[in-house]
Design a protein around this ligand. Structure first.
Ligand code: 2HG
Ligand code: ZN
Length: 445
């Protein structure tokens, strides 16, 4: 029986070749063939999909641009992929309310550009910002380098438009940062990875666009010298808008095999620090910073113009894809620890019995620990290694994911390592909001 026959307001893909690209995202996880891919053009399609999913017992897997890193949008058994790329709606900026409304289908690149055109800033900047869709960033609560100062996607969402199990569209939140009429269902949906309903759009908070940047390359001889810096900087009142790093192994790979700009990178290990406060390029600011950094700043280089700044960021932005190309079987994690525990984390990592290389968001303790040999490691052993890594992060007050989420990739570890009370509460909420279990079945919990 064709469960999608006559579905209104939608593009439907069914043939094997068209479904193939939807089996994966940008994680190492691969899904099973879905029943179909549906691209809804309006609420009628979604309402009808929800009705049929409940009646026929199939699941609905929401998908943005497929750039996720945890397998959250890959299909599981007997599911239909609901791809939001054709969901209608316009971008509307309201400078007076410092907000922007956009449909889930809006490319994040266009959201950021629409804000900038009004002299405003939408800070979330996942590495995929040029190719991802807003809806995916909302569903996964995407992070990125700017989270160091500005926080995650959830900190920039005023209201969420979502379709729930009743088949109706609801708006949770208002166009103001001050909204306190009861617990926030909008915030419950952000980062829920589609397990409670479909996010179809949102109104985002904006802030004046920073116009002054101090972008610094900080090479060090002993890479451990970087580890106390995020905490020291913050403790002294310096909050970088980004504080990224490459450990010696990642830097060596970039220098030996990376693009032209990477070949000139200095140091045995390297941090990229960026400030965007007004006055951050003044002598007084930089002197204060140098005083605080002390001898570790001996090789400090400052980007002198926008072109140099872009060159530095281009290398950082391509690191994930570059490492993946060189080590196709690797597994990259995204653990997080409080910035004051970074040194303890790396000491603990050294004691674990597997080699790894790291880069990522040092300033907020969100580290991409890469196990290059994962492809050749016996699966049970690899799982033990990953669990040891997650336990280490959790023992230091951190978590097994800082920005990529749980999806399918980390579901088993999340269930095994979380407080059972938390899992029970999440399952109770899931049962209350999705009693038939139609929304993204088999993910997260
Ligand atoms: C980054 O920071 C992304 O580059 C991707 O979050 C990290 O590949 C990865 O694991
Ligand atoms: Zn990252």
């Amino acid at each position: 029986m064709d469960v999608l026959a006559g579905l209104p307001e939608a593009t439907i893909l069914r043939d094997f070749e068209s479904l193939e690209p939807f089996l994966r995202d940008e994680s190492h996880v691969r899904g099973v063939p879905p029943l179909a891919v549906v691209k809804p053009h309006g609420p009628k399609a979604l309402r009808e999909l929800v009705r049929r999913a409940k009646a026929e017992g199939f699941g609905l897997v929401p998908r943005g641009a497929g750039t996720g890193k945890a397998g959250g949008c890959v299909p599981t058994e007997r599911t239909v992929i609901v791809d939001f790329s054709e969901w209608p709606g316009d971008l509307r900026v309201s400078p007076q309310d410092l907000c922007l409304s956009a449909p889930a289908s809006a490319p994040l690149r266009e959201v950021k550009a629409a804000a900038e055109a009004e002299g405003l800033f939408y800070p979330p900047d996942p590495n995929s910002w040029e190719s991802c869709a807003l809806g995916g960033t909302l569903a996964t609560n995407a992070g990125g380098p700017n989270a160091c100062k500005y926080g995650m996607t959830r900190h920039w969402v005023l209201s969420v438009d979502a379709l729930l199990e009743d088949g109706e569209l609801h708006t949770f939140g208002i166009h103001s940062v001050k909204a306190n009429a009861g617990p926030s269902l909008g915030q419950l949906l952000i980062g829920s990875e589609g397990i409670f309903g479909f996010i179809v759009g949102a109104t985002l908070r904006l802030t004046p666009l920073p116009r002054e940047f101090a972008t610094l390359l900080l090479p060090v001889k002993r890479w451990e010298d970087l580890l106390d810096l995020p905490g020291r900087l913050c403790g002294a009142g310096f909050l970088p808008s980004a504080f990224e790093f490459f450990d010696p192994a990642v830097l060596a790979e970039l220098r030996a095999h990376g693009p032209e700009a990477a070949r000139r990178l200095p140091g045995e290990a390297l941090a990229i620090l960026e400030f965007d406060d007004r006055g951050c390029t003044s002598e007084a600011f930089l002197e204060g910073l140098l005083d605080l950094l002390g001898p570790v700043a001996d090789g400090l280089e400052i980007a002198s113009d926008a072109r140099q700044r872009q060159g530095i960021w281009a290398v950082r932005r391509m690191t994930s894809a570059f490492l993946k190309e060189r080590h196709p079987g690797k597994v990259s994690e995204d653990i997080v620890v409080p910035r004051s525990r970074l040194r303890e984390f790396f000491e603990g990592l050294d004691r674990l019995d597997f080699p790894s290389i790291s880069y990522g968001h040092l300033g907020d303790g969100n580290l991409h620990v890469n196990l290059l040999a994962a492809g050749e490691t016996e699966p049970a052993r690899l799982e033990r290694q990953l669990m040891d890594l997650f336990r280490l992060s959790i023992s230091l007050g951190g978590a097994l994911s800082g920005e990529h989420g749980i999806g399918l990739a980390k579901r088993d570890a999340f269930l095994a390592l979380s407080d059972p009370g938390q899992i029970a509460a999440l399952r109770a909420i899931k049962q209350a909001l999705d009693s038939c279990g139609i929304f993204n079945p088999g993910k997260v919990i």
